[in-house]
Ligand binder design. Structure first.
Ligand code: SF4
Ligand code: SF4
Length: 142
């Protein structure tokens, strides 16, 4: 499963069109809208997480661009939802950078975000889904 957070900016003529629904229907992509609105100059913007196969993702992005939508990758970071983490250690086995490590003798799993490469391997490895991908920069367009 390929997943990215995208920032879309729609020209005024496209704001009313169901572009994102087409993205899901035609390209078998799953999307989660993180933010959306209308900018002062009447452009629409949307921040959404899009997931699917890499091939479908690329074709979906090409479709958006053909519709005149400005598509940008949002910078991403990994956050741990502390209350969900059970310190099971599963993520430490897949983390290639040592950002997730077992602290001994307490046997707590510590997360050092400064070492994280945002490879996202821990996201699927974590049984309670405590690791999440989030956009780092402002959700709004400047
Ligand atoms: S796999 Fe998830 S629950 Fe287990 S230690 Fe890592 S973040 Fe915590
Ligand atoms: S995203 Fe990759 S580098 Fe970052 S904590 Fe998870 S497994 Fe480690």
């Amino acid at each position: 499963m390929y997943s990215k957070i995208l920032k879309l900016r729609f020209p005024i003529t496209e704001v009313q069109k169901p572009i994102v629904c087409t993205l899901a229907r035609e390209f078998d992509l799953v999307f989660n809208i993180l933010n959306a609105g209308i900018l002062p100059r009447k452009e629409g913007f949307m921040v959404l997480e899009v997931s699917g196969s890499k091939k479908n993702f690329k074709e979906g992005v090409s479709y958006l661009k053909r519709q005149g939508v400005d598509v940008q990758n949002a910078s991403q970071e990994i956050k741990r939802i502390e209350k969900k983490c059970t310190h099971c250690g599963a993520c430490t086995a897949v983390c290639p950078t040592g950002a997730l490590a077992i602290k001994r003798p307490q046997m707590e799993v510590v997360f050092d975000q400064t070492k994280c490469s945002v490879c996202q391997l821990c996201v699927t490895a974590c049984p309670p889904r405590a690791m999440e991908v989030r956009p780092t920069n402002q959700l709004f367009f400047e």
